[in-house]
Structures are given as C-alpha cells and as structure tokens.
Design a protein around this ligand. Structure first.
Ligand SMILES: [Zn+2]
Length: 332
C-alpha cells in the first residue's frame, strides 16, 4: 500500500504496546532511553514513536498507533518532519555543540505538531561535558518536548542521565521474527531468510543490510576469508591480527560469525541435518571438516563463546582477543 506511511517496527511487541498505551493515555514521558545491542531496531522504534507522537489521527491498535495517512505521518516516514530532529555522532563523538543545539531547540515551541521530538543515537559517544549539557533539559523539559536517547552501551552512560529517562531495554529478535520480516519485506524464500536470520543473530538491521547491501555481504565474506587465513598464521602473526581486530567496532558480531562458521564445520563432520548457515562456502567448510579434528574445533568454539561473554563485561579486549586467536586451530 503506497498510501500507508507507518514506520514499521519488527519485533519488540512489549515496547510497542507500552509506548502505544502511554500515547493513548496522553501519558508519554518527556525522556526515554532505548538501550540494547546494535542493529536490533532501536532507532527505528524511536522514529516510529516520534511519528506516533506527532500523528494527527492517533487511533490505531497496530504498532504504535500512528495513522500512517496524515501529512505529519508522511513527513515523518520521509524523514522530513519539521518537528523531528535526529542527531547522530559526527565521526567518533557526539559533540557538545550538537547537544547545545538540542538544548536550544528543545526550549522552542513545535513548528506544527503537538511535540518536538529529538532522537539522539549512540548516546554513549557523548563525553561527560556533552552529556552534562543535556542534564538540565532532561530535568526541566518543556511540556511539548520529547527526547529519545538511543544507546547500545548504557553501562557507559552517566547515572544522572539514565535516572532522568524511562529506560526500555531491548533485546535481539527471535529468529522466527527476523525470518518473517525478511519474507514479508523483501520477499525472500524461507531457507534464504532463515540463513540470514541466523547469521544476523536476531539483529534485524544487520539481516536487512546483508540481504540488501552487497557491500555488507562483501565485507562479511572478507572477514570469513581472513578467519581462514589465521589458521596458517604463526603466534606472532596471530597476536598482530588480534591487535588489529580488537579495534573493530563490531567485534561481537565478528565473534558470532566465527561461531556460526565453526558450527557449520562441526555439522558437516557429524553429517548433521541441521541448517548450514554458510551455504555459499560449502567447499571451504568441507575442506576444514576433513582436515581439522573435531575436538580442536570444539575447544575453539568454547573459547569463542567465553571470549564473547568476557567482552560484554568490559575486560581488556586486546588480551582477550590475543588469547582467543592463539587457541584457533592450526593448519599448514
Ligand atoms: Zn498520522
């Protein structure tokens, strides 16, 4: 339907219900923090919430309740709404002048809607000064302002920020919901959708970019090539590679990719009927299944899982990655 401009949110039903009820009762809070892993749809939920906040005919029981037909809904979907502002880090940081811009504009009345809505993504990239600059606005907001902070590292935020927001902790989506979304939106066949869903581990944004963006698929394949190259590396080369990898923004995702890769090798070794995620690399997987003993692979799989758990606890990433790479199987 071309005349339905609702911003569609996949998954996170409880969060959508909670926000819709608050909208229906005119009881939305002035500040929210949407927290959870990367690429699970936090910013999409924030945009859909902004759309509903300014919808002219808020009524629906679907999603967040926006009508998807009014002028305001259309502008929101096109990213052109004059009362919606989206701030993202410029480079590596949310700069203090970006936050000052939010503060300044938050004090003004909306241009045409009930609310002015500010979405600030990757808020963990605001340094202490920038975060502090927002405190007063979070504390004494204008009645017509709504602020949505988005972060995948809420543990890095100031308590004074968190305590002034309603915190919504979001999780990766169940595989079945990612499959359904990929089929519904991109018309993928079930097996393709399932492989992408598994590869993306419930991170729906990543599933969409793997499906739609050739570059994202290319860089995935490149990382898989690199991981196979490691097997022939000397300890010194492995450590050097660990140091390079440690700086990678998406380390958690890389480890997940490795996990699925080696799980595929084990499936082949055991002649399992389970789904092979990396269908496109069947030859390489079969080759590894023949040349590396199962116990070695299982030890490495355990090490990957342990390392992923460590990384979530803010340990020394470099040491953790060095130790992991030294445990990777060897191959001449
Ligand atoms: Zn509307």
């Amino acid at each position: 339907m071309t005349d339905d401009f609702r911003i569609r949110v996949y998954g996170h039903a409880w969060a959508q219900d909670l926000l819709r009820r608050a909208l229906q009762h005119g009881a939305t809070r002035h500040a929210y923090l949407f927290a959870g892993p990367e690429h699970i749809g936090k910013t999409t939920l924030a945009r859909a919430f902004a759309q509903a906040l300014t919808c002219e005919n808020l009524a629906g029981e679907d999603g967040l309740g926006a009508c998807g037909r009014c002028r305001s809904c259309r502008l929101a979907a096109e990213g052109m709404h004059p009362d919606h502002r989206l701030f993202a880090p410029a480079g590596n940081q949310l700069r203090i002048d970006q936050i000052r811009e939010v503060v300044r504009e938050a004090a003004l009345s909306p241009v045409e809607s009930r609310y002015k809505v500010f979405i600030i993504t990757e808020f963990e990239r605001a340094n202490v000064n920038a975060a502090n600059a927002l405190l007063k606005t979070l504390e004494e907001p204008s009645a017509t302002t709504r602020i949505i902070l988005v972060s995948h590292q809420p543990s890095g935020l100031l308590d004074t920020i968190i305590s002034r927001c309603q915190l919504l902790r979001m999780r990766p989506l169940p595989e079945s919901e990612v499959v359904r979304a990929l089929q519904e939106r991109l018309g993928l066949e079930e097996p393709d959708a399932r492989r992408l869903a598994r590869l993306s581990n419930g991170r729906i944004g990543r599933a969409f970019s793997l499906a739609e963006d050739p570059e994202s698929w290319q860089s995935y394949n490149q990382r898989i090539q690199e991981m196979q190259a490691i097997l022939a590396y000397s300890p010194a080369q492995r450590i050097a590679y660990a140091q390079a990898l440690e700086k990678h923004k998406q380390l958690e995702i890389i480890l997940q990719e490795w996990l699925l890769w080696w799980r595929d090798v084990l499936v082949i070794q055991n002649r399992g009927q389970a789904l092979i995620v990396n269908q496109d690399h069947l030859d390489a997987l079969t080759d590894l299944a023949r040349s590396i003993p199962g116990p070695q692979i299982r030890r490495f799989v355990d090490a990957i899982m342990t390392t992923a758990a460590y990384l979530r606890k803010n340990v020394n990433r470099q040491l953790a990655m060095e130790a992991l790479l030294l445990k990777a199987p060897h191959r001449e």
